[in-house]
Ligand binder design. Structure first.
Ligand code: ZN
Length: 131
C-alpha cells in the first residue's frame, strides 16, 4: 500500500486553490496586476513589468515576454484578462535562461493549462453545493 504523506496532499490542494484563485483574479475580478503580484510572491521571483502592446518587430503574438526588459507584453486589453495568455507569459519569466527560449513552449502551455483546470475544478466544487 502506498499512502501519500499528509503534508504533500495538503500542499497539492493549496497549490490547486492558489491556481484557481489566480485565474479568477484575472478573468473575473479583472485584476491582472494583482494576479502578477501574487504569482511573483508565490514563486519568489522579481516582479516583471506588464505592458499592453507588443515590442518592435513583433506583430502576431497575443503576448510575449522580453527577458532583457523583464517585461510581459500583452497585445491588447482583451487578452489582459485572458488568464491563459498572462500565465503562459509569466512562465517564461519564471523559467528564462540566458535570454533565450529553450524549447519551453510546451511547458509554458502545460503550466497555464494547469491553472485553468484547477479554476474549473474550483467552479465545479462550488456548484456541487447548489441544487
Ligand atoms: Zn510562449
Amino acid at each position: 500500500m502506498l499512502t501519500r504523506p499528509q503534508s504533500e496532499s495538503r500542499n497539492r490542494f493549496e497549490e490547486a486553490e492558489f491556481q484557481g484563485n489566480i485565474v479568477r483574479l484575472i478573468a473575473i475580478e479583472r485584476k491582472p496586476e494583482e494576479a502578477l503580484d501574487a504569482l511573483c510572491a508565490h514563486y519568489r521571483v522579481e516582479r516583471p513589468v506588464l505592458r499592453i502592446g507588443l515590442p518592435r518587430g513583433e506583430k502576431k503574438a497575443l503576448g510575449c515576454y522580453v527577458h532583457r526588459e523583464r517585461t510581459i507584453y500583452i497585445s491588447s486589453e482583451d487578452y489582459l484578462f485572458d488568464p491563459y495568455v498572462l500565465i503562459h507569459e509569466f512562465y517564461h519569466h519564471l523559467r528564462h535562461v540566458d535570454g533565450k527560449h529553450r524549447g519551453t513552449e510546451r511547458h509554458a502551455r502545460d503550466f497555464a493549462l494547469s491553472f485553468l483546470r484547477n479554476a474549473q475544478r474550483a467552479v465545479a466544487r462550488r456548484s456541487d453545493g447548489l441544487s
